[in-house]
Write a new protein. Structure first.
Length: 271
């Protein structure tokens, strides 16, 4: 059996958590990550029959039965993940009945998976229904997107267009735009259901006054998706501080960009 700490998925999770923390997007125990793992890959590092303990769920994850995940722990600080991975994240398998998780590694000292796990699992189910390659969900408190939710219209079309207009690459990276939810108590099935519904059409969901949810096929893609939207929000912040928009990328520019890069913007979002 190989050393689990040498597994690529462990190293990638540690690096992603470190980068999120260094950006200031995951202060204290803010933010969480979940990543679907391949059983054969997990089996190279762990005895998948050796269940350390069972963890009950507040959400029926039957649709994810027998899937393996690496997840961050509740109350854990991202700044500590790199140095102490087994204390701050764990590998779990969803039981067939969807009501419990089998803990196979990590989450030491009785730590539980992130309190946002219902939202993560609902999002995974939603994204897998439209794209079987989507394996990662990242939630973080991206600073400028968070700030923008206080000062900008929360209409999804308006919010998306503003981000597209702030940085040329945005339309190329997320032509499916962003969804924007009303404020909902985090850690509940309600916010999970609303996020999952939005994820059927979008890979980015803004939780106003809180943060952002992003999804993708791997950690790099998902991190980059959030990073791109956050950069646009940062530019928006600077533009507002400098007196507001005097010229911008036009809708025709965006249409030309979409044609050149063979992407399809959200229907009805360009005039």
């Amino acid at each position: 059996m190989k050393n689990i700490l040498e597994a690529p998925f462990i190293k990638e999770m540690c690096e992603t958590a470190e980068n999120l923390y260094r950006h200031g997007w995951d202060e204290r125990n803010g933010g969480n990550i979940s990543y679907i793992l391949d059983e054969a890959e997990v089996g190279k590092y762990l005895d998948v029959k050796d269940v350390k303990r069972e963890i009950p769920m507040i959400f029926n994850a039957e649709n994810l039965a027998d899937k393996y995940f690496i997840v961050t722990g509740t109350g854990r600080y991202f700044k500590n993940v790199m140095a102490h991975p087994s204390e701050n994240m764990g590998i779990v398998r969803v039981q067939k009945n969807g009501q419990k998780l089998d803990l196979l590694w990590g989450l030491e000292n009785g730590i539980l998976p992130t309190s946002e796990l219902p939202s993560h699992f609902m999002t995974h189910i939603s994204r897998l229904s439209v794209d079987l390659e989507n394996k990662v969900v990242i939630h973080c408190h991206a600073t400028h997107l968070l700030a923008m939710s206080f000062t900008h219209s929360l209409d999804a079309r308006d919010f998306t267009r503003r981000l597209w207009q702030m940085c040329t690459e945005c339309l190329v990276v997320f032509p499916d735009g962003v969804a924007v939810l009303p404020w909902i108590v985090p850690g509940t099935n309600e916010i999970g259901e609303a996020t999952a519904e939005s994820m059927k059409a979008h890979r980015l969901v803004i939780w106003p006054f809180h943060g952002v949810y992003g999804t993708g096929k791997d950690l790099d893609e998902t991190y980059g998706l959030i990073e791109t939207a956050e950069k646009a929000a940062e530019v928006y912040t600077y533009v507002q501080a400098q007196g507001g928009v005097k010229q911008a990328i036009t809708d025709q520019n965006l249409k030309d960009l979409a044609a050149a890069f063979h992407v399809m913007p959200v229907p009805g979002y360009l005039d």
